[in-house]
Design a protein around this ligand. Structure first.
Ligand code: DGL
Length: 353
């Protein structure tokens, strides 16, 4: 009996000895939504042929034992989908979960694993509506974990170390891909076949190397705790759609989207957010019927649209999306229209966020 009691005492002592280190570590929750980072393929030599959204979050965590050196990590499987299938409802559900966890004292940072196709939209949405200065880090991968030189393991490890770090607080939603620290507002997927896929037109905020963050710049636009939008007061998003601009374009798409209920049309314009002359009358008719017209640009490395440059926005009562690409402009317009349908208020919001 004595040997048993001694053994129990030794186990308890060992646990108590380890407890402070474990308890001292930051608490990080990984919210998994699917994508390639949870993808699986049949052939180790194939990094582009696989199925997204297959591997559960607990298996992702188990695959990186060193996470426990950095934080007390636990996972929740919020969705298991390819991110091209995200809807406004997915954004609302995810945003509310992130906000609820951010309020918990035992949560110091949150990681969202996500498909890369719409990762930039979700990261911007969370940047706009979650009121916390705790790090929120959105992460994906360009190759499935079953492929040679898969990037997901290091991307996720970096995301957890950033989410656990003090110096990432108050910098808005971050995206850690390919060792870079990018702002969730600025970053966009620029190519679909390289691990260096994500770029911010105005540059990354920094790098994360061997678990340490190196910062070179800070976000300039309003975000998180400094945002006037709060996910706790948002239960749905306005239908906002995108009409692509190109040579020979007509107003058919914009009119059809408005007929289907769009409250705002984002014009993915050419160059400076330019609009073909033959399309303008149809767009002005839509504006007269109350549909907001918001000019963005689909140029690849990032547009820069200002008022009254190539279109008389004041005269037409249109809004410009400034440097937001069409898909991000859609997110901001949908969030902004939970509060206002006034075009001058919308323009203020596009300058500030
Ligand atoms: N189906 C794409 C997505 O879920 C895969 C791309 C990826 O996650 O890298 O976004």
């Amino acid at each position: 009996m004595n040997r048993f009691l001694v053994r129990c005492a030794l186990i308890v002592a060992a646990f108590c000895q380890a407890l402070p280190a474990f308890a001292d570590k930051p608490g990080v929750v990984i919210l998994a939504t699917g994508g390639t980072i949870a993808g699986a393929g049949a052939d180790v030599a194939k990094s582009a042929t696989y199925q997204a959204a297959k591997v559960p979050v607990d298996k992702l965590i188990a695959g990186i034992p060193t996470l426990a050196d950095v934080a007390r990590v636990r996972g929740e499987q919020v969705f298991q989908i390819a991110s091209e299938s995200f809807t406004n409802e997915h954004l609302i559900t995810l945003g509310k979960r992130v906000a609820a966890l951010a309020k918990q004292a035992d949560v110091d940072g949150i990681v969202v694993t996500h498909g890369t196709d719409t990762l930039e939209e979700t990261a911007y949405f969370l940047n706009l509506v979650v009121h916390t200065d705790k790090p929120i880090v959105v992460v994906g991968s360009m190759r499935p974990g079953t492929a040679m030189s898969a990037d997901g393991m290091l991307n996720l490890s970096n995301a957890v170390s950033v989410a656990a770090s003090q110096d990432a607080r108050g910098k808005g939603v971050l995206v850690t891909m390919n060792d870079e620290l990018n702002s969730g507002r600025d970053v966009s997927k620029m190519i679909n076949i390289k691990t260096e896929a994500f770029k911010s037109p105005w540059g990354a905020l920094g790098m994360v190397v061997e678990g340490k963050n190196y910062w070179f710049r800070l976000p300039a636009k309003r975000h998180t705790v400094n945002s006037e939008f709060d996910i706790e007061k948002i239960d749905s998003l306005a239908p906002v759609e995108i009409a692509y601009g190109y040579g020979n374009v007509s107003d058919t798409a914009a009119k059809a989207l408005a007929d289907k209920g769009a409250k705002a049309i984002i014009l993915a314009g050419t160059g400076n957010g330019s609009v073909a002359a033959r399309v303008v009358p149809g767009l002005r008719d839509l504006r007269a019927k109350g549909v907001q017209i918001i000019r963005s640009s689909h140029v690849n490395a990032g547009g820069f649209v200002i008022r009254n440059a190539e279109q008389p926005d004041d005269q037409y009562d249109w809004v410009v999306a400034h440097d937001l690409n069409p898909q991000k402009a859609r997110i901001l317009a949908a969030v902004a229209m939970t509060k206002t349908s006034d075009s001058k208020e919308l323009q203020r919001i596009f300058w500030e966020y």
